[in-house]
Design a protein around this ligand. Sequence first.
Ligand code: MSP
Length: 500
Amino acid sequence: MKKFYITTPIYYVNDRPHVGHLYTTMAADILARYHRACAEEVFLVTGTDDNAQKNMEAATKAGKPVAEYVSEMSAVWEQTWRELGISFDSFIRTSSKEHIAAVGAFFKKVETTGDIYKGMYEGAYCTGCESFKTDTELVDGKCPLHNRVPESVKQENYFFRVSKYRDALLDHISTHPEFIEPSSRRNEVTNFIKDHLEDFSISRPNNGWGIPVPGDDAHTLYVWFDALINYVSAVGYGSDEAQFKKLWPADLHLVGKDIIKFHCAYWPAMLMAAGLPLPKQVFAHGFFTNEGQKISKSLGNAIDPIVLVKEYGIETVRWYLTREIAFGEDGDFSIERLKERYNAELSHGIGNLVSRTLGMAEQYLGGVVPGHTAEDQNAGIWKEYMRAMDEHRFDKAAGVIRDYASSLDNLIALKQPWVLKKEGKNKEIEEVLYTVMESLRHLGHMLRPFMPQTAQGIFDRLGISDQADQDIKQAQKWGLLAPGTKITKGTGLFPPLAKE
Ligand code: MSP
């Protein structure tokens, strides 16, 4: 069985999740569900980055011991993803015993290559980014991302000799163009490696939080050197060789564009140093603003996904986030746009199509799937859908679904079953309604990764509840909706939104 190991970034726990975090996590969930539907062995990992300095600062602000604060907040993240139906297979915490042991093993392995050395570090550190900043990255002495003056630090640190891997990294990127997607990000990373890749500090003086440097408790590991290792520790590096062998390398790391340097330069170099294969792909998506503004705690405009979902439902939120921006591009989150898409694409779109079709089937066919000679019209659509999904462009695949639903609306408008009824053309009614109902079955299967409950709702109404888990490649065959199956119109899938 083919495996598919997919990851999200592990999130800092200095705050609760917002809709931007949901975006990445949901994207991973959609792709995981798709690969499961293709009968692959999927492993989806998400989790929390517990050891960051910013978590420590947040704990101090909250007046709580850091370990207690981090545990509480990590549970909030895990619970949020559970409530939102994210189908993760493992939730990793970097303060867990297993992870700490894996980091130790990884560090020691890299140490044997001579790529870790001690040196003096003098420079600027932005806790917002959890990253050292070069002069060229600062604007008026401030970190432009967090609008604050970074801390100046001068200390003896351990360094990782990433410079040794410069040529190997450039070579890997040019011989594996699929390694970094989309291609605009590939250029960005290549330029960074060519012009700015310098050995980086991987430790700081131990201030009581973080993973101690193996063999030197006076230092803790720099949070990225620890956090990136979650991708291997989550699948058994250093603890479960069999699982590790089965799942590593990752098929896909999904990340936001803000952390591409860490994933496409530092991480592959660390893996090369540890003698491990590289992930097959890093896909960096864009950022959501909220009604035009950057989403940030200080602006107080972070949208809590739980609150959003209470109001509009998880399926609507998933559809909206998928459709609103091309995967890889930036975009804006707007409640008005969410409502517009709900009305046009779900309530008047897919929802209306399903209830109209099944309403006619009840009225004209006694609610029973008829015999037919209708021919496959969907092969081209499936091809387009699968290609988009295989390229991880799930936004494109959702566009295919949307167009498919519109084409079925057009078919009904063209054939006008109600006119055929008046004319007594019963055979033609059977042909057209079979075509649309069978197409709704296909549409249901295409929707599974995006809106699992809606897909189930379509299968239930079509009288084929038991087909919801069918291998998507089997489900593509034309004509699987068997004549004689009892359908029910049921309630609307997307009731009109309450007026404000
Ligand atoms: N802890 C690090 C990642 C370590 S991975 C080994 C980190 N955490 S984070 O909590 O800041 O999450 C960053 C990720 O959240 C981004 O890369 C992105 O995937 C997601 N997003 C955060 N804000 C976002 C938006 N406004 N829009 C879209 N995604 C956003 O960085």
